[in-house]
Design a protein around this ligand. Structure first.
Ligand code: GLC
Length: 537
């Protein structure tokens, strides 16, 4: 087993995690100050093993750091190189890995490369980006800018051309067919691997290569997320596999298994699976299917089985329920009854930590942070602004500040937070949940510890077992040891046969004899209250 197969990953969205200097924006020193919360290296803290940190490089913040103006300089909003050093060293000292977000499908239009490239067709950097001539009023093709929902082609009068900007018009796309671009990116990768980071999350990596002829995408009937196009020419080109192989070879040339986690740009698990190339490509790529799965045992089972089938035997799975681009799980699976929402969050935690594959947790998920409508004047995300008043299309609601305590600013900032805190911050926060052994946070801690203590959950095989309606039941087996996970996602109390076990409840989502295992002459049964789960051994 490799560390990245065993680790529990935790995504930090640095603007919203912890502000150390009172300017209202989270920063690197803020993260350093919270390392013990994440894992103090002595068995305390949440217990996560690896941090994926969203970008903190110099940026005009049109896409809040996903528009990089220098891959070598920390943006002053986040701090400086010394803070970055302390973050990496501090995490390592506690046994945590640090994975950076590498955003190289595009740069910011403020990156010096683009400033040079856009000036003249003769500039040596011109061919580092993607261009098409301006001819009359017709755009070069039908590719769409995802955040403005207009054409992705942005006029550049100086050269009489358009450049391509699929995200915001301020994020010109690099020309990955140019070997100089590859060399430059690989140089950046080496630089921070040399510095000591443990790998990269590769932003929209399946979009690096575009069709050489810039053909229009064929139509699709799906509005979301495809915007009525089948994205066969503006992303998902087969040539990208060659880049993944090169990147893997680069990562493998370092000691300590530096990891590459791809963001496959699309919902199809097959696309994510295709990034791994049977051990020669990316170590993992995100499968976003759970972010769109309906609540219910059948729905999660089907989704997981599809993912495992797509991966085949040689590629390693991972699971995620929330990130900075999608509504949080606690919001998606909410109920009018907050008690039920809380119970569902526990079931999700147990599922995420016990399915076969690497779990990725999003900051705040461990305290059940939710999403709220944000008033127009407070919106920060370009997508949110473009789609207002359609609440929750934009991404601000899932990026609100971490709720640390009931102190002013939620313990996130002593100043004015860059995005409003969720309205429940006074009651739903880390301090309150740390003090309560029955809280969701306390459950996450126990569940993470349990996962670490039981190799079945990391190394073992997984097999789904037929169960009463509403129950997701699977066994994890390693040699002759077996654990059964039973998740009752329904509103009814159920009795689940767990005959392969000794009938001992080892972990339960709600402590209050929610789960009782008993044996009759006919074997073991587990009784589960509505919306509850248990691990039985
Ligand atoms: C990825 C990021 C998203 C960003 C986009 C453009 O999808 O997760 O936040 O806006 O790429 O970089």
């Amino acid at each position: 087993m490799r560390w990245w197969q065993e680790a529990v990953f935790y995504q930090v969205y640095p603007l919203s995690f912890k502000d150390s200097d009172g300017d209202g924006f989270g920063d690197l020193r803020g993260i350093v100050g919270k390392l013990d919360y994440l894992n103090d290296g002595k068995g305390g803290g949440l217990g996560v093993d690896a941090l994926w940190i969203s970008p903190f490089w110099k940026s005009p913040m049109r896409d809040w750091g996903y528009d990089v103006a220098s891959y070598d300089e920390v943006d002053p909003v986040f701090g400086d190189m010394e803070a970055f050093r302390d973050l990496v060293d501090g995490a390592h000292a506690r046994g945590m890995k640090v994975v950076l977000d590498l955003v190289v499908n595009h740069t910011s239009d403020r990156h010096p490369w683009f400033a040079e490239a856009r000036g003249s067709k003769d500039d040596p950097r011109h061919d580092w980006y993607l261009w098409a001539p301006i001819k009359g009023r017709k755009k070069p093709n039908n590719w769409v800018c995802l955040f403005t929902l207009k054409s992705a082609w942005v006029p550049n009068p100086a050269t009489g051309e358009y450049y391509l900007g699929t995200f915001t018009p301020d994020q010109p796309e690099l020309n990955w067919r140019n070997p100089e671009v590859k060399d430059a990116v690989y140089g950046i990768m080496r630089k921070w691997l040399d510095f000591g980071v443990d790998g990269y999350r590769l932003d929209v990596c399946t979009a690096y290569v575009k069709d050489a002829k810039l053909r229009s995408n064929p139509p699709s009937h799906r509005a979301n997320p495809e915007l009525f196009q089948r994205h066969v020419y503006d992303r998902n080109r087969p040539e990208v596999a060659g880049i993944f192989r090169e990147m893997r070879a680069l990562a493998d040339s370092y000691p300590g298994e530096r990891v590459l986690v791809g963001e496959a740009h699309g919902h199809d698990p097959k696309l994510a699976a295709s990034c791994a190339l049977d051990g020669e490509g990316l170590h993992m790529a995100f499968n976003f299917d759970f972010l769109h799965a309906k609540w219910g045992a059948g729905s999660f089972r089907k989704s997981a089985e599809r993912w495992y089938a797509a991966l085949g035997r040689k590629n390693w799975p991972n699971f995620t329920l929330s990130n900075h681009d999608q509504s949080r799980a606690a919001f998606r699976y909410r109920s009018d009854d907050p008690e039920v929402t809380d119970r569902r969050c526990r079931i999700l935690a147990m599922m995420l930590l016990t399915l076969r594959g690497t779990p990725f947790v999003y900051y705040g998920e461990e305290i059940g942070m939710t999403c709220e409508r944000i008033r127009k004047e407070a919106l920060r995300d370009p997508l949110g602004k473009a789609t207002w008043p359609l609440a929750f299309v934009g991404r601000d609601p899932e990026r609100t500040p971490m709720q640390w305590s009931a102190k002013q600013g939620g313990g996130f900032t002593s100043g004015h937070p860059w995005l409003p805190l969720n309205s429940d911050w006074k009651t739903r926060n880390v301090a309150a949940q740390e003090a309560d052994p029955q809280s969701l946070l306390s459950f996450w801690k126990s569940a993470i510890r349990f996962r670490k203590a039981r190799r079945e959950l990391v190394e073992g095989t997984i097999e789904f077992v037929t169960a009463p309606r509403g129950v997701l039941l699977y066994r994890r087996r390693l040699r002759d040891s077996e654990l059964w996970v039973a998740l009752n996602m329904s509103r009814w109390a159920v009795t689940v046969p767990v005959n392969g076990t000794k009938g001992a409840v080892l972990l339960e989502t709600v402590v209050s004899s929610t789960a009782v295992a008993d044996s009759t002459g006919n074997g073991h049964f587990l009784r589960l209250q509505p919306w509850s789960g248990a691990i039985v051994g």
